[in-house]
Design a binder for this molecule. Structure first.
Ligand code: DGL
Length: 262
């Protein structure tokens, strides 16, 4: 019998920014990760298409012994997590953009949220803003093209910098002093974004918070999994495994082998 695992998925490799935190929080857990590179980006897709992909990946993760699934993608969380929870018996942990901590941190009273078009189109994000950012001006900024730059491994290139500048300038012009990285790909662009916004603007993401939440759910649901083990990581992609392995290794900082998802 194969050991129980924590499933993790994203439209591509952005979810590795969450997986890093998960591995740090749960070093003895076994993880199985899916990069849906064959269907990336999700940011321009309709919610129904994203739900179809999320279901296909969930079926695959369950076949690979996942007993808890982390939706390491803001766009898929916003579009699909309610439908996933209604359709499957396993627990799902999703992303929540750092709107609440951003509202608590801002001194200027202006916060910017960088996210994909589909994430910004979802009602869930706007409800989050209404609930947690009363009295704060929250400006949302879609960032088409950034996910593709990360997927291509072009994290620190001139074109990436031009795109980042285009997206942050209007937010800075309005006085934003905190930016929410509302897509799991963006932490890989943190250095470039920080250089463009300068040292006085804070950048917030929620990878570590999601890892803590996952650890709590995992401990409650699988107490036997708390027994120290060796941990482990298996990665699959619906895209080209050679290309995805190369970029995954670059983003992870050590070699990762990504297998074809069948
Ligand atoms: N990492 C995904 C997110 O957090 C990117 C979505 C996309 O593929 O556009 O939203």
């Amino acid at each position: 019998m194969s050991p129980i695992k924590i499933g993790v998925f994203d439209s591509g490799l952005g979810g590795l920014s969450v997986l890093k935190e998960l591995v740090a929080a749960l070093p003895s857990a076994q993880f199985v990760y899916v990069s849906d590179a064959g269907h990336c980006p999700y940011g321009g897709k309709r919610a129904s298409e994203i739900i179809d992909r999320a279901e296909a990946i969930t079926d695959f993760l369950l076949l690979h012994s996942a007993k808890l699934i982390v939706v390491a993608c803001n766009t898929a969380t916003i579009a699909a997590i309610e439908s996933l929870r209604a359709s499957y018996a396993v627990s799902f942990v999703g992303m929540e953009p750092a709107v609440k901590p951003a509202a608590a941190l801002t001194k200027s009273g202006v916060v910017g949220v960088l996210a994909t078009g589909a994430a910004l189109a979802g009602e869930k994000l706007h409800k989050l803003i209404e609930r947690h950012a009363a009295g704060v001006r929250v400006l949302t900024q879609p960032c088409p093209g950034l996910v593709e730059r990360v997927e291509a491994g072009l994290v620190d290139s001139a074109e990436t910098r031009v795109l980042v500048r285009r997206y942050v300038e209007p937010l800075l012009a309005e006085g934003a002093d905190v930016l929410v990285l509302g897509c799991t790909h963006y932490p890989f662009l943190r250095a470039v974004i920080q250089q463009e916004v300068g040292p006085n603007v804070a950048l917030l993401d929620t990878g570590a918070a999601v890892a803590r939440r996952t650890a709590t759910v995992w401990a409650a649901e699988q107490p036997s999994a708390a027994v120290p083990g060796v941990g482990g990581l298996q990665l699959f992609t619906s895209g080209d495994p050679a290309v995805v392995s190369a970029v995954a290794s670059q983003l992870w900082g050590s070699p990762l082998l990504v297998e074809r998802m069948r």
